[in-house]
Write a protein that binds this ligand. Structure first.
Ligand code: NAD
Ligand code: MG
Length: 392
C-alpha cells in the first residue's frame, strides 16, 4: 500500500526537498494534498507533477488564481482556502502521513489536527512545538500519532537513541545539539547593528527559507531547537547542550550515562532527515551525496559566544519559566525577524525585542489551541510595541 501524504508548505525549502525525495519513490508515496501561502505558479507545477486531490492556498485571491490556471491546464486538483482548510488536509481520513513544513506558529493548528487524528507526523515546523509544547505532545499521545523529527539535529538524536523511548531516562545523560554558528560566527560583535537581510540570509552550508536563515544568524534557531528537543525527547533543560561545529557533518550527538557518545554524520542535505522520516524504520534513497572522508580535513568544535549570540540562552531561561513562556519568545522572535527582513528593525535589535516581550507578557499555562493562539496574538502585540520603540 502506498503512503498517502499531505505536504504543508510544499513550495518552501523543506516542502520542495520533500517532493524531491517523494518523486524518487513513486511506488511508495502518493501525494494527497499540498499547501502554500502565495506561490501560485510553483503550486501549479507541483499539481501538474504530483496530481494531488487538494491544494490549499492561504488566501481567496491566490486560490482563485490557482483554480483558473488548473482549469486551463486541465488538472482536476480541488482548491481550498477556508480558515480550516489546512486542518482538513492534515486530518483527512485518506491521509497516512503529514509533512509539517509551514514556517512559524501558523503551522500549529494543522499539526494538532494531524496529531489528534493519529497520523505519521513529520515535523519540520519547529515553531509549532515551541508554541504548543505540552499540549502538542499530549495531543500526539492521545491521538496515537507517530511524531518523527525532520529538523536535522533532532533527526540525528532520534537516530542515535534506542528505539524504545521508555529506556531513555535510564540510559541517556544528555544530548549535544550541533550548530553551524551561522554567517556571523567570526564577525566583530560591534558591527552586528549594520547587518542587512541579504547578509543574514546567506547561510554558509544550507539554502533555507528567509526566517530560519535569520534565526541561524542570531542562533535563535538553536534556541528554538533546544526547546523543540525538550519536548520531543522529554528532557530536562539542563540535559540539552549546544556545541558549535561549523562543518555541519555531525548533525548532533547523544551522551549516555557511561560517557559513551553516539553521533549521526552525513553531508548537510535536508533530504536525508526527510527520507528518514518518510521511511522510518526502513531506509530509502534520499538523493543526497555520500560523505567523502578523504576530502574532510577536520571536524572543529567550539563554544557559542554569549556576547555575539545572546538569544541562545533565552531557550533555557524560557523552559525554566512558566509554561507558555516559550510561546511568548517564539511570537516575539517571529515579529522581530519579520521586521528585520522588511528593513524596519536592526539585526541586533531582534534580541532586544525578544527580551522586552518576555518582560511584558506573563503567561498562564495555555491548555487549549485557543489559549495558545490568544497568547501568541498578545505576545505579537507586545513585540510590535517594543519594535516600534526601538525603531523610533
Ligand atoms: P520557507 O519559507 O522556505 O517555506 C515555508 C512554506 O510555508 C512555504 O510553502 C510557504 O508558502 C508556507 N507558508 C508560510 N507562511 C504560511 C502561512 N501563514 N500559512 C500557510 N502557509 C504558509 O521555510 P523553510 O525553510 O522550508 O522552513 C519550514 C519549516 O521547517 C520552518 O519551521 C523551519 O524552521 C523548519 N526547518 C527548515 C529547515 C531548512 O533547511 N529549510 C531545516 C530545519 C527545519
Ligand atoms: Mg536544525
Amino acid at each position: 500500500m502506498k503512503q498517502r501524504l499531505t505536504v504543508l508548505g510544499s513550495t518552501g525549502s523543506i516542502g520542495t526537498s520533500t517532493l524531491d525525495v517523494v518523486a524518487r519513490h513513486p511506488e511508495r508515496y502518493e501525494v494527497f494534498a499540498l499547501s502554500a501561502a502565495t506561490q501560485v505558479d510553483l503550486m501549479l507545477a507541483q499539481c501538474a507533477q504530483f496530481t494531488p486531490r487538494f491544494a490549499v492556498m492561504a488566501s481567496a485571491p491566490h486560490a482563485r488564481q490557482l483554480e483558473e490556471k488548473l482549469r486551463q491546464s486541465g488538472l482536476a486538483t480541488h482548491v481550498l482556502h477556508e480558515a480550516d482548510a489546512l486542518e482538513t488536509i492534515a486530518s483527512h481520513p485518506d491521509v497516512d502521513a503529514v509533512m509539517a513544513a509551514i514556517v512559524g506558529a501558523a503551522g500549529l493548528a494543522p499539526c494538532l489536527a494531524a496529531a489528534r487524528t493519529g497520523k505519521r507526523l513529520l515535523l519540520a515546523n519547529k515553531e509549532a512545538l515551541v508554541v504548543g509544547g505540552g499540549l502538542f505532545m499530549q495531543t500526539v499521545r492521545e491521538g496515537g500519532a507517530t511524531l518523527l523529527p525532520i529538523d536535522s539535529e533532532h533527526s540525528a538524536i532520534f537516530q542515535c537513541l534506542p528505539e524504545d523511548p521508555t529506556t531513555w531516562p535510564d540510559r541517556v545523560d544528555s544530548i549535544l545539539l550541533t550548530a553551524s554558528g551561522g554567517p556571523f560566527r567570526q564577525r566583530d560583535p560591534a558591527t552586528l547593528s549594520q547587518i542587512t537581510p541579504e547578509q543574514a540570509c546567506a547561510h554558509p552550508n544550507f539554502s533555507m527559507g528567509r526566517k530560519i536563515s535569520v534565526d541561524s544568524a542570531t542562533m535563535m534557531n538553536k534556541a528554538l531547537e533546544v526547546i523543540e528537543a525538550r519536548w520531543l525527547f522529554d528532557l530536562a533543560p539542563d540535559q540539552i547542550k549546544v556545541v558549535i561545529h561549523p562543518q555541519q557533518i555531525i548533525h548532533s550527538m547523544v551522551q549516555f550515562k557511561d560517557s559513551s557518545i553516539l553521533a549521526q554524520l552525513g553531508t548537510p542535505d535536508m533530504r536525508v532527515p526527510i527520507a528518514v522520516g518518510l521511511a522510518w524504520p526502513e531506509r530509502i534513497a534520499s538523493g543526497a551525496s555520500r560523505l567523502d572522508f578523504s576530502a574532510l580535513s577536520a571536524l572543529a568544535f567550539e563554544d557559542a559566544d554569549a556576547i555575539r549570540f545572546p538569544g541562545l540562552h533565552l531557550s533555557w531561561q524560557a523552559l525554566k519559566a512558566a509554561e507558555g513562556t516559550t510561546a511568548v519568545l517564539n511570537a516575539a522572535n517571529e515579529v522581530a525577524v519579520g521586521q528585520f527582513l522588511s528593513g524596519r528593525l536592526r539585526f541586533d535589535h531582534i534580541h532586544a525585542v525578544n527580551l522586552a516581550t518576555l518582560d511584558a507578557v506573563s503567561p498562564s499555562k495555555p491548555d487549549s489551541l485557543a489559549a495558545l493562539l490568544d497568547l501568541d496574538a498578545q505576545s505579537r502585540r507586545a513585540a510590535e510595541q517594543a519594535a516600534g520603540l526601538l525603531a523610533a
